[in-house]
Design a protein around this ligand. Structure first.
Ligand SMILES: [Zn+2]
Length: 417
């Protein structure tokens, strides 16, 4: 008998339907947070497909899982506390939630993927009890130093049941930019249902698929982000687990995010608000409930790549120097997909000292401290975390002293003086 390799059908992370349709194919890419030490530069690097599919049944946009979360989180270099505007966003959120849902010293706020305590620290300052759940031990350790109690564990239904049996249920259950990174989406959402107090509120923030599509934000796609959500799809997924979305806010963070507000289906004290109705209707109007609407994205991405390369090639042919600003995950998707290495960019800088002296995965661009830019006075600074461009252009305003300019790569390459 012939020994045939049977290809497993690709199935939807949410609804288990077979998934056939490409959303965008960004080729092969290394894991975007796997920054290299100098001694690793001559070693082989693992590249994985960055091929995104859309489910024709539920319209969940998704990547296959190639790497286990254990691998992703072992030496997690992302610390949330290195962006001023993000911290300000979090501080305002804690004020709003305390006032709107009357949180006090008897409440419990639980955050899933609480990182270095960047958010919960503001609840601690208001004397509201908190619990962080964070699988990466190195960032959780920093949280503990901020007096944010943190469980170093992966969240799912089992952990939620353990906590609930100890009488720990959340009045406010928070998940910021975590839903996309969950390999077992259904187990995670089932866990939220168990961990939420009967009258509690959950809020989740995630990049809005509608903005990703409208703004060519293909660089927000990386292996650690398994799923990309419209409001319609998020509502369907939470609904399948007995949770109801009663409000939604559209935020400017990460190029355009949603903050969704959920409650138990049985909790009728919070009626479904007009913003839920309005956004659902708007997503239907642009076709996020029809497969054709997802088909046109891939061509827009190729065009964005060509425009950026034209801009960089033009600068290099004019003998200009270019450096990068930032070494975010999204930067690595952009650099690898567009094939931008030290042939274009001398180095990049980042405020996170854990990245200094390392190199970007795949493209091997050295990462330095931001002051390097004032020493070498480059002609152009390519802003990789373009979602923070206003903050960065302010911080780096001094480059104008020597005629330096910024390049913003997305939604299309633009030079800003
Ligand atoms: Zn599906």
């Amino acid at each position: 008998m012939k020994n045939e390799v049977v290809k497993q059908p690709r199935v939807c992370r949410f609804c288990n339907a077979e998934v056939h349709h490409t959303f965008v194919d960004l080729g092969m890419s290394p894991l975007c947070e796997s920054f290299l030490r100098p001694d690793q530069l001559n070693e082989m690097e693992a590249f994985y497909p960055l091929h995104v599919f859309v489910c024709e049944k539920c319209f969940l946009v998704q990547l296959e899982e190639f790497v286990s979360p254990d691998h992703i989180f072992t030496d997690y270099a992302y610390f949330s506390s290195y962006s001023d505007s993000w911290l300000e966003h979090c501080r305002r959120y804690t004020d709003q939630m305390r006032d709107r849902f009357r949180l006090d010293g008897k409440s419990l706020v639980v955050e899933l993927a609480s990182n270095d305590g960047y958010l919960l620290q503001y609840f601690v300052q208001k004397n509201i009890p908190v619990l962080g759940i964070e699988p990466a031990a190195n960032v959780a350790k920093v949280a503990a130093e901020k007096k944010v109690p943190t469980l170093v564990k992966f969240f799912g239904e089992q952990l939620a049941a353990e906590l609930a049996s100890e009488g720990k249920q959340a009045d406010l259950l928070v998940g910021n930019n975590v839903l996309a990174q969950v390999p077992d989406l259904c187990d995670f959402v089932a866990g939220m249902k168990v961990l939420l107090k009967p009258g509690g509120v959950l809020t989740l923030e995630f990049p809005h698929l509608l903005k990703l599509m409208e703004g060519n934000q293909f660089d927000t796609i990386y292996h650690e982000h398994f799923s990309y959500f419209s409001f319609l799809t998020a509502n369907r997924i939470l609904g399948a687990h007995g949770l109801v979305l009663f409000d939604v806010e559209e935020l400017p963070t990460h190029g355009g995010s949603l903050r969704i507000f959920g409650r138990h289906r049985e909790d009728d004290s919070k009626p479904i608000g007009p913003r839920v109705v309005e956004l659902s209707a708007r997503e239907e109007a642009v076709g996020l409930n029809r497969l054709e609407s997802y088909r046109s994205f891939a061509e827009k991405v190729k065009k964005t790549k060509r425009q950026l390369l034209e801009c960089l090639i033009g600068a290099k042919q004019a003998q200009k120097s270019i450096v990068g600003y930032g070494a975010p995950g999204k930067g690595n998707t952009l650099l690898n997909y567009c094939g931008i290495g030290t042939d274009f960019i001398d180095y990049t800088v980042d405020r996170n000292p854990f990245k200094h002296g390392r190199f970007t995965p795949g493209t091997h661009i050295p990462i330095c401290a931001p002051d390097r830019i004032f020493e070498t006075r480059p002609d152009y600074v390519l802003i990789l975390p373009w979602n923070l461009k206003n903050e960065i252009m302010q911080q780096m305003a001094r480059i104008r002293e020597w005629g330096g300019k910024f390049i913003v790569p997305i939604p299309e390459a633009t030079i800003a003086g």
